[in-house]
Design a protein around this ligand. Structure first.
Ligand code: CMP
Length: 131
């Protein structure tokens, strides 16, 4: 999911190009917005964390672009491509090193397991309910 900072800065094209060049196939993609209720639901696993409120406010502050991506070993390879959550710790050349502005405005989110990829994919794309 491209986050509001990436979309607002017109970096969606550049980031999507990196994703495709890294061998991912875009199976579904759209531009949309999250209400704070929906952002809260998407990030429900972080509900008890101190940063949850700010994260929800931030993620509902502007447009996002969720995608379903396909590749062998997709979860691990995508996490390598996007880099560490905190852009200050992200390896040079990764999407977050290149485009992220802060730990919340960190350009992009990637699923952390195949199971969560299926849950998060169906959150945005009803045709992938049985993904
Ligand atoms: P993301 O991969 O979207 O998953 C949860 C998000 O919470 C994370 O990226 C960050 O943007 C945000 N976040 C803010 N503070 C923290 C923190 N201390 N640790 C992890 N994630 C954080």
């Amino acid at each position: 999911m491209l986050k509001p900072d990436a979309v607002l800065a017109n970096n969606a094209g550049a980031i999507t190009k990196m994703i495709e060049e890294a061998g991912f196939r875009i199976v579904a993609m759209k531009k949309t917005n999250l209400s704070s209720e929906l952002a809260g639901k998407f990030y429900e696993v972080h509900k008890e964390r101190g940063f949850y409120g700010e994260l929800v406010t931030y993620m509902s502050s502007g447009s996002i672009i969720p995608m379903i991506l396909e590749k062998e070993n997709a979860v691990e390879d995508f996490r390598k491509l996007i880099g560490a959550t905190d852009p200050k710790k992200a390896e040079a050349g990764t999407i977050r090193a290149l485009f992220a502005k802060s730990i919340d405005a960190n350009a992009i989110h990637g699923s952390d397991s195949d199971e969560n990829a299926a849950i998060e994919g169906s959150f945005f794309f009803s045709q992938f309910e049985r993904f």
